[in-house]
Design a protein around this ligand. Structure first.
Ligand code: CA
Ligand code: CA
Length: 473
């Protein structure tokens, strides 16, 4: 069985929204509710202080960790603390839900000590807990080896030992947190070792094979390879989660032949999963994709994971940032399937195309020196929704077109196929040259698709597109 983030999924409470329409629908949902101030979730978990030295001295950073399960290896555990040596002190309360005898189990690479109600407890020692009492808990960790990792589990009755879940913890009162790193900084990458230059450090891995491998992605030495049903995951400190805030998960992946590679962001409340948004890759070239979402109000945990099937997948250069980092996304996308792709040459000006964000016009001459081309300003999105009945499930379609950039930023021509509940295909062609280039991609339309769309998006620079075709192979 695959491990699941949070290890307590109760199924899909948060209705999945349609692919590209997701952003707009979330925005609409947000608008239809009473506006509420952005409030950082009052989290359960333990107050953590990370110290720059191995003896609980030096610069310290505080946050709230939802559970104790970290595999930092040789990577810094948190921004501002160097990876060479550090120590961590977790404090808070243990809240048993029933009266029982439990055995706390500490597994660590490094030195770890645990106290409950001021009494030091050895790993594996039995303690008697009473329901509805809170027990002062302190756990200390010092990095003493090349690799650093720690987990705090417990064994209850005859069940297998499991990592103590967030709902059994309560942090110290916020006033005791002197130097919080919590508070969401817009644009800051919340993931540790998201470029895998520290190999697998910071990521928990499950199943299959997980290894750092040489990467040919720009400015990258290593990427992470997953195969044979492997899964890696990073849990965000709960004090970094800000409800009502838009988050973007961005990353690169490439697939071995036959592989389907997935990355996702998932989160939930104390009682279960609230959302899980994922994207999949089948391309054997590096492609980037992103997920945009707004954290639902009752969320108290957030995780990012990547997974492979049997064949290998490579991942690299991830970021999870808060804030509106997706200016190229449309503010709203009405669901209005119209026709097969028409006016892909823009000779009928902008007929059939919808414009979102910035602005779009047609200019002369077009790509072939005559006629017209689409001209988009920075941060604009143009889309045409296509009639589903015109597509044959299982057939291959070739998306092609010409594009050029007014500057250094990339210009995207995308093709999306989605079912009623999820994005099935999101392929994009990226143009970075300031002279016309033609690109194409062949896409198989999955059997369970419900709609398709062609779109263009721009970033910091304007872009031109022309002679867009969608042809059955
Ligand atoms: Ca890398
Ligand atoms: Ca044209």
């Amino acid at each position: 069985m695959k491990p699941v983030p949070g290890s307590r999924f109760l199924g899909l409470a948060f209705k999945r929204l349609w692919g590209l329409f997701f952003i707009s629908l979330v925005a609409l949902m947000a608008c239809s509710q009473t506006p509420s101030p952005k409030v950082t979730v009052v989290p359960s978990g333990l107050t953590a202080e990370y110290f720059a030295n191995a003896d609980f001295t030096g610069v310290s950073k505080a946050r709230v960790d939802s559970r104790i399960q970290f595999d930092w290896q040789e990577v810094s555990p948190v921004k501002g603390i160097l990876p060479g040596q550090f120590s961590v002190r977790w404090q808070g309360y243990l809240l048993p839900k029933q009266s029982e005898i439990v055995m706390p189990i500490i597994q660590a690479e490094g030195k770890a000590r645990l106290w409950i109600e001021g009494k030091e407890i050895n790993s594996g020692e039995s303690i008697d807990l009473q329901a509805n009492r809170s027990y002062a808990l302190k756990l200390e960790f010092s990095k003493t080896e090349k690799n650093a990792s720690i987990s705090l589990s417990w064994q209850r009755g005859i069940s297998e030992a499991e990592v103590i879940a967030q709902k059994y913890f309560e942090p110290l009162a916020a006033s005791l947190v002197l130097t919080p790193i919590s508070g969401v900084i817009k644009g800051e990458n919340l993931l540790i070792n998201a470029d895998f230059e520290g190999n697998e450090g910071g990521w928990l891995s499950y199943g299959g094979q997980v290894q750092a491998v040489a990467s040919n992605l720009i400015a990258s030495k290593t990427s992470l390879s997953l195969s044979n049903w492997a899964w890696v995951q990073q849990d965000l400190p709960v004090s970094d989660i800000e409800i009502g805030t838009a988050y973007t998960l961005f990353g690169f992946a490439k697939a071995d032949p036959g592989a389907t590679c997935t990355f996702a962001v998932v989160g939930g409340s104390d009682s279960g999963k609230l959302f899980e948004e994922k994207v999949q890759f089948t391309s054997q070239d590096w492609l980037d994709k992103e997920i945009n979402l707004i954290i639902p109000e009752t969320s108290v945990w957030l995780s990012v994971y990547m997974s492979s099937e049997a064949e290998a997948c490579q991942f690299d250069d991830f970021s999870l940032v808060a804030g509106d980092t997706n200016p190229s996304a449309p503010p709203s996308l009405p669901i209005t399937p119209q026709s097969p792709l028409t006016n892909g040459d823009f000779e009928a000006d902008l007929s059939r195309w919808s414009i979102y964000g910035g602005s779009a016009t047609v200019v002369n001459p077009g790509q072939n020196g005559i006629g017209k081309a689409l001209q988009m300003t920075a941060y604009t999105w143009v889309q045409q929704d296509l009639i589903s009945a015109k597509y044959i499930p299982g057939a291959n379609y070739k998306v092609s077109g010409f594009g050029k950039s007014d500057g250094s930023a990339s210009c995207k021509l995308g093709y999306v196929v989605a079912s009623a509940s999820a994005t099935l295909v999101d392929e994009s062609l990226v143009f970075t040259s300031t002279s016309w280039q033609e690109k194409s991609v062949i896409v198989t339309v999955p059997a369970n698709f419900a709609w398709t769309a062609i779109y263009f998006s721009t970033a910091e620079n304007g872009c031109q597109f022309d002679t867009i075709k969608l042809e059955k192979q």
